[in-house]
Design a protein around this ligand. Structure first.
Ligand code: ADP
Ligand code: ASP
Ligand code: MG
Length: 415
């Protein structure tokens, strides 16, 4: 019997009424002969509420305890969904990650899944039960609950689909697929029927929060067919319609000669830029600046080192805005005592990226992007490129303008 994994996000689980709809949809799939595993997120707003309470108690809560707290939102969801399934006549059983067990490392608040035991889940499925497993969490070797980072239920769902050898992983959310850009920012953004795995990986890593990046990595590494679709349609829509709806992540190489140059536009509002001015231009300087930042567990993204003048240069890089204060503190101490030079920073910058495998066979994408931004009077602070994306760092106040202008300039609204 074919096994399918459904993941429902916060909005999809946002009220008891919505949970009843999820139960109806799941029951429909089960009635059609599928074995079903459901991976829900916490009800919308709940994880923020929990983390907010922790921050009221302590500005930097202990990460183990933070995970103990944040993971409870999903436990509420699985139990309510099991009850809703019972009410529509289905046998269903819910498990927290540690009960399965989903084993993770001990990197609290950003743990990685290491293994998933299929024994208990398989037995339940074979006994005809719908199995509901908390998203976002697992357990480390020491028996501590660890969460997978914000948006981590996507990763739980795809990893469970891989471990259980499911036919497909369906990510139900509050939009009906992956769009050319966030439809909340560009109202005429267009839904993509398919998006290549590479493009989805870039979009997710460049800020499109529709899928957590690690879920895309799992899907790609194990070639798990993964589809993003709406949970807000009538739960009883015919299965034949539902199976082809939304956006499928495809693993085919870009074989279409006529492919558009650009597939989508991603953005990340929450960036920060740090410049170390007047550092000596000598071997080891990048390491001396970035080493302490890495040691503080801060991810560095874009990097530029200027031409040196009189043996001195400026070195600029970006970090997530949430890590800006920590990165500045780390560097203040270090630069003063070890390197020399001074530090400036700007925590009000955003990154906008155009993404598309079609870029490989089209020239002039960068110049079109830069022309569009220049016509809007938007200054580019930094640039980075890869084979299938171009990213620019700009002042945050121009971010939405840039996204809309680029969406139009690349004709993304047209089917
Ligand atoms: P869930 O709670 O279901 O996990 P998320 O809020 O994490 O939902 O992800 C869905 C949201 O992602 C959408 O509501 C949309 O605003 C946002 N989003 C960002 N970029 C895109 C995109 N390219 N296509 C679709 N949605 C996007
Ligand atoms: N509830 C978690 C969060 O809000 C995980 C998820 O929704 O995927 O980040
Ligand atoms: Mg999400």
């Amino acid at each position: 019997m074919a096994l399918i994994v459904h993941k429902y996000g916060g909005t999809s689980m946002g009220s008891t009424e919505r949970i009843k709809n999820v139960a109806r949809r799941v029951a429909k799939w089960h009635d059609a002969g599928y074995q079903v595993i459901v991976v829900p997120s916490a009800m919308s707003g709940e994880t923020n509420r929990l983390i907010g309470m922790a921050k009221e108690i302590s500005p930097q809560p202990d990460p183990r305890e933070l995970d103990m707290l944040a993971s409870t939102g999903e436990q509420v969801s699985v139990a309510l969904l099991a009850m809703a399934l019972h009410s529509v006549g289905k046998e269903a059983v819910s498990y927290a990650g540690w009960q399965v067990a989903i084993k993770t490392d001990s990197a609290f608040t950003k743990a990685r899944i290491q293994s998933i035991d299929d024994t208990k889940v398989k037995a339940d499925l074979d006994a005809g039960r719908v199995v509901i497993i908390t998203g976002f969490q697992g357990v480390d070797d020491g028996g501590n609950i660890a969460t997978l980072g914000r948006g981590g239920s996507d990763t739980s769902a795809v990893a469970i689909a891989v471990a259980m050898k499911a036919q497909e992983c369906l990510i139900y959310t509050d939009v009906d697929g992956v769009y050319t850009t966030d439809p909340r920012v560009v109202s005429d953004a267009r839904r993509l029927n398919t998006v290549t795995f590479e493009e989805m990986l870039e979009m997710a890593s460049l800020g499109s929060k529709v899928l957590q990046i690690r879920s895309v990595e799992f899907a790609g590494n194990y070639r798990m067919p993964t589809r993003v679709l709406s949970s807000l349609t009538d739960p009883m829509i015919p299965l034949e319609v539902e199976v082809n709806s939304g956006t499928l992540i495809s693993f085919e190489e870009d074989t279409h000669m006529e492919q558009a140059a650009i597939t989508g536009i991603a953005f990340n509002r929450d960036e920060a830029k740090i410049t170390v001015l007047g550092v000596p231009d000598k071997p080891g300087i990048a390491y001396q600046i970035l080493g302490p930042v890495a040691d503080a567990n801060i991810e560095v993204d874009m990097i530029i080192q200027n031409q040196s003048v009189d043996g001195k240069t400026d070195f600029t890089f970006t970090v997530p805005r949430g890590d800006y204060a920590k990165a500045m503190d780390t560097l203040e101490l270090h630069v003063k005592s070890h390197i020399g030079g001074s530090i400036t920073g700007d925590a009000k910058v955003s990154k906008v990226s155009v993404v598309g495998v079609g870029m490989r066979s089209h020239v002039g994408i960068a110049s079109q992007m830069f022309r569009t931004l220049s016509e809007e009077g938007i200054n580019i602070l930094m640039i980075s490129t890869s084979e299938i994306k171009i990213s620019v760092l700009i002042d945050e106040k121009y971010m939405e303008l840039a996204v809309r202008a680029l969406h139009k300039a690349f004709g993304l609204e047209n089917a």
